[in-house]
Design a protein. Sequence first.
Length: 317
Amino acid sequence: MRRISFSILVFSLASSAWAGVQEGLAAYKDKDYATALVELRAAANSGFSNAQFFLGVMYENGQGVMQNDKEATAWYRKAAYQGYAVAQFFLGLRYANGQGVAQNYKEAVTWYRKAAEQGHAEAQNALGRMYATGQGVAQDDKEAMVWYRKAAEQGDFDAQHRLGEMYAFGQGVARNDKEALIWYRKAAEQENASAQFNLGVMYANGRGAAQSDKEAVAWYRKAAEQGNASAQFNLGVMYANGRGAAQNDKEAVAWYRKAAEQGHANAQNNLGVMYANGQGVSQNDKEAVTWYRKAAEQGNANAQKNLGVRYEDGRGT
């Protein structure tokens, strides 16, 4: 009889704790962090891994508590040891970035792998990156491909983009432009700016698809509007040369400027050229020199040459 009563008591306590988890998560969703903290802490102390994980999130973000990386890591670890995949991934991130714990790539790989083997797409992608860069594990493009593919097939857009790059450059697999185009497109359609840019490059060069300046411009524009500096520069080039769009120096200048202000050296040099020649903007030697200098200081050979000519001629200096 006592054993039955004890079982009922345990079940009752577990049910109460589970209700606390649900109430805590609902409060967290509603941004009622004070209530969430109370409920989730109680559940976390009772061993509920999802509560432990969200308590870690609250410490990481300073939601209802003082921001504390060490506390966040401690709670992620508790959940991770119970096999909670998201917590394992987050713990891997903490080790990779040295947040709340000493940076340790091998430990990052260990935890990424645990989550990846449970099918966690972001962890699979992260594990692929570790193999690609040789951080915490021997560099191995083929292994990187394996993990990128697993994540990509689950719809992870970063993995899709990286898988496209592996095909485009023949890393870990035979170069295949058509496969590269397929994976770039999947990521691009999920608004991944880098993939949109690379898809534009493929169309501009006729790799994996029929050459099309219009398609290139369309994809460059999508990436450029998201702030991708390389796409902004390429879009400026297309306007300057009238490729895929009507020739328009003012548009070229506008896009060169956006990229140049982000530190894109080729864009800085080209913007200098536009000022030097008065194309799309009023001719201004001082502005030309300003932009040549910015690019030259980054080692851009064309800008260094252009800047040298300006000093030689005494224009704008």
